[in-house]
Write a protein that binds this ligand. Structure first.
Ligand SMILES: Cc1ncc(COP(=O)(O)O)c(C=O)c1O
Length: 350
């Protein structure tokens, strides 16, 4: 079993663009909320206030909300609750690196459905992969690491062909960065599909990755199953408070998200101009399909002070970080192109 590998730490003068983090400092109100936490006490294990706030916002009941120490914790709960030895969990590949080990730890079997050549989920192949052993299907939109979205139309066609007793988890960790109107939006579909769960997080758009807090929306009995599989008291009070304050200051945070998205689109255009075949990004990261040259390309990026995530043999994922990182990033990507072009122009040696 391959352990989950975190994005590498960056040297003092380098930019860490390997974990899709939010480059902005926490809001003062968030810092205050954390400072006010009574950390000699256990937290409210049910995260009552946060669940009530989320329930009101999504027009569901608090019992239809689960809060976890990161959305990945809730995904682990759902997979553990729904699948065991002999069961199958379907997801696209490449997708989020955590999926294979969560499935393996549950004792279940991963069924990885390759992305289309344009780096999108192949939803019809995913639906066709369903067997009587399938318990869960994970749909990731925007997909980490390729950045591609699933459209609303595609998703509805997909849901129509998935049996109602298969749990579909729509992982929307990067939803707030999506500005394409054709994209699927999970929460409004919950009333239509009883087997749908939507995962969201405070780690990305809200900049709370270090506090570990995410949530799921879905039918009460499914959320109860997740709660049964959870490690008690793992969402700490500072995280709950910070999440509540972040929702209260959402306008300011979503303004930052917009700035990240603008920068993302500028970097994407600059990469296209350099000759890269980069799929249109919809999260806070870009996907460079460097194939067999991935490890080498990552080392070139490192030489330029950019720590990217190498996912060989497919590609390199680079987060959209501080505005000051862009110049280094584009110099590194230009250097990769230059070296590859030079190598291609060399006559082959015997
Ligand atoms: C697609 C996807 N889902 C879930 C997560 C986990 O986020 P969290 O910090 O909420 O556990 C990530 C984090 O990178 C992600 O990329």
């Amino acid at each position: 079993m391959i352990p989950y590998r975190q994005g590498k730490p960056a040297a003092a003068d380098a930019f860490k663009l390997s974990s899709n983090e939010n480059p902005f400092e926490p809001l003062a109100a968030v810092r205050d909320a954390i400072a006010d936490s009574s950390i000699n006490r256990y937290p409210d294990g049910a995260a009552t206030a946060l669940r009530e706030l989320l329930a009101a916002r999504y027009e569901v009941t608090p019992d239809e909300v689960q809060v976890g120490a990161g959305s990945v914790a809730i995904l682990a709960q759902l997979i553990t609750a729904a699948a065991t030895v002999g069961d199958e969990v379907i997801y696209a590949w490449r997708s989020f690196e955590a999926y294979p080990s969560l499935v393996m730890v549950a004792g279940a079997t991963s069924v990885q459905v390759p992305n289309t050549p344009d780096h999108r989920h192949d939803l019809s192949a995913m639906a066709a992969a369903v067997t009587d052993r399938t318990r869960v299907i994970i749909v990731c939109t925007p997909n980490n690491p390729t950045g591609a979205i699933v459209t609303a139309d595609e998703f509805e066609t997909f849901m129509a062909s998935v049996p109602e007793n298969v749990l579909v988890v729509l992982d929307e960790a990067y939803a707030e960065f999506v500005f394409d109107e054709s994209a699927v939006v999970g929460p409004p579909l919950l009333k239509k599909y009883a087997n749908l769960v939507v995962l969201r997080t405070f780690s990305k758009a809200y900049g709370l990755a270090g506090l570990r807090v995410g949530y799921a929306l879905g039918a009460e009995y499914i959320m109860d199953a997740a709660r049964s599989a959870a490690i008690p008291l793992s969402v700490i009070e500072p995280a709950q408070r910070a999440a509540i304050v972040s929702l209260e200051h959402e306008t300011e945070l979503l303004e930052r998200v917009k700035r990240i998205a603008v920068l993302r689109d500028q970097v994407w255009q600059a990469l296209i101009d350099q000759g890269w075949d980069v799929p249109r990004p919809h999260g806070n990261f870009l996907w460079l399909p460097t194939g067999d040259e991935t490890a080498w390309a990552a080392s070139v990026f490192a030489d330029f002070g950019i720590v990217a995530r190498a996912l060989p043999p497919e590609g390199l994922r680079v987060s959209v970080g501080e505005a000051g990182s862009v110049d280094k990033l584009l110099k590194a990507s230009a250097e990769v192109v230059r070296k590859l072009r030079t190598a291609a122009a060399q006559p082959a040696l015997d």
